[in-house]
Design a protein around this ligand. Structure first.
Ligand SMILES: [Ca+2]
Ligand SMILES: [Ca+2]
Length: 403
């Protein structure tokens, strides 16, 4: 039960009495689009950022989402409707409605949803029980929407639509932009030979990925680095992989505010004559990849059992760039031989900065906001990818979701 001042669960009769005592209308003058109380954002209840109605008699739309059973939205007529705006796309699951005088009459209604607020689709038709003025729950087909509209078709007494409270249940919607689950027969998917010999006949290319160093294989419906070595691979990577330096980037370069996630299994670290042991050997996310010398790095599994966020900025000694540490090194033990879920997010902030966050098994392990470290924040969309150093590893279910 909420404890906010003014939230008193009163019967409609009591509410009427209060009105009489105050000698004033029940509804104080308000904008029809009244912000909902913040308490409604918790425990699966979708926060309603605005409510509006097709009509009202002074009992305005916001009264149906104010957390107060003693206030209501009322509108007259077949088709009178109340629309809730969630402020963003949500996965909608169910709906609670409390009708004014719901214990004395049954109201027939439709529920419609919309992503743009103008084109609505009916997902439910039914009526209240007529036995309670409190909440009754209606299971909706799971649907993604920003707006939900309750359309009244009248009640068993008259054509008034009078709704004391409305609550919608669900979760923020996930928008998948890209995914690869690496299904199919075991094979070479892409390699550096194809990248450096793009016009050669018989090269192996992927519609999703480019490798400018190393080789990418599928193995048992997962992606695999192959056994890392320092060889220069032939057209089929049959003589070696060069995956001791594994650089895989997406062909798509339009990933802006996104979450990149995948399953990862580090089997083993190696060294080669060309790639001696380094503390940073392991696995790194690339975010906002603009070029070889312009990107964010999120290092998840390093030989020194740390995570760190870095930024690579054009100009300098490392392939034409310079690395800047966005965080200090944070202890994180690599779970060799075990699958783990890893995720990195990149988000532009209103003040011009960019926030990078790194998660392991759903837990935030590192986060930093770039306000201009070594150069301007990298706000433009870019490629995403994985770099592996001296690492024999597998990964799967590479997914990019919009934030
Ligand atoms: Ca209310
Ligand atoms: Ca798979």
């Amino acid at each position: 039960m909420k404890q906010s001042i003014g939230y008193v669960r009163v019967s409609p009769c009591a509410a009427s009495l209060i009105c009489l005592l105050l000698s004033a209308g029940c509804a104080p003058p308000e904008d029809p689009a009244t912000p909902a109380v913040d308490e409604l954002s918790t425990s699966g209840i979708i926060k309603i950022t605005r409510a509006s109605a097709s009509t009202n008699d002074g009992n305005v739309a916001g009264n149906a989402v104010d957390g107060n059973m003693g206030t209501r939205w009322s509108g007259l007529g077949m088709g009178a409707s109340l629309t809730a705006d969630f402020g963003g796309m949500m996965s909608v699951r169910s709906l609670d409605l409390a009708w004014y005088r719901g214990d004395q009459r049954r109201t027939t209604f439709d529920v419609a949803v919309s992503s743009d607020g103008s084109s609505f689709r009916t997902v439910y038709s039914g009526s209240s029980s007529g036995t309670t003025a409190s909440f009754e729950s209606y299971d909706l087909p799971d649907t993604t929407a920003r707006y939900l509209k309750v359309v009244s078709k009248g009640n068993t007494d008259n054509l008034w639509a009078s709704l004391s409270e409305l609550q919608v249940y669900g979760t923020p919607a996930v928008t998948h932009l890209f995914s690869d689950s690496f299904t199919g027969t075991d094979r070479l998917l892409a390699n550096e030979y194809a990248y450096w010999h793009p016009t050669a006949s018989g090269i192996v290319t992927s519609s999703n990925w480019e490798m400018n160093s190393g080789s990418l294989f599928s193995l048992q419906n997962t992606a695999w680095s192959g056994v890392p070595d320092g060889a220069g691979p032939n057209i089929g990577s049959t003589n070696g992989t060069d995956s001791s330096v594994f650089r895989m980037m997406s062909k798509r370069a339009d990933f802006g505010d996104v979450a990149v996630s995948f399953s990862l299994k580090n089997d083993q670290l190696v060294t080669t004559s060309r790639t001696p042991q380094q503390d940073w050997d392991g696995i790194h996310f690339w975010m906002r990849y603009q070029a070889e010398n312009s990107m964010y790095y999120a290092s998840i599994n390093r030989r020194d059992n740390t995570v760190i966020l870095k930024k690579k900025v054009p100009g300098g000694p490392t392939n034409g760039g310079t690395y800047y540490n966005m965080t200090s090194s944070i202890a994180h033990t690599v779970p060799y031989g075990a699958w783990q879920k890893v995720k990195t997010t990149a988000k532009n902030n209103a003040d011009g900065s960019v926030t990078i966050s790194l998660y392991a098994e759903g837990v935030l392990v590192a986060s930093a906001t770039d306000t201009g470290l070594g150069g301007p924040p990298i706000r433009a969309p870019g490629k995403v990818g994985i770099r592996g150093d001296n690492c024999n590893f597998r990964f799967d279910d590479f997914t990019v979701d919009a934030l």
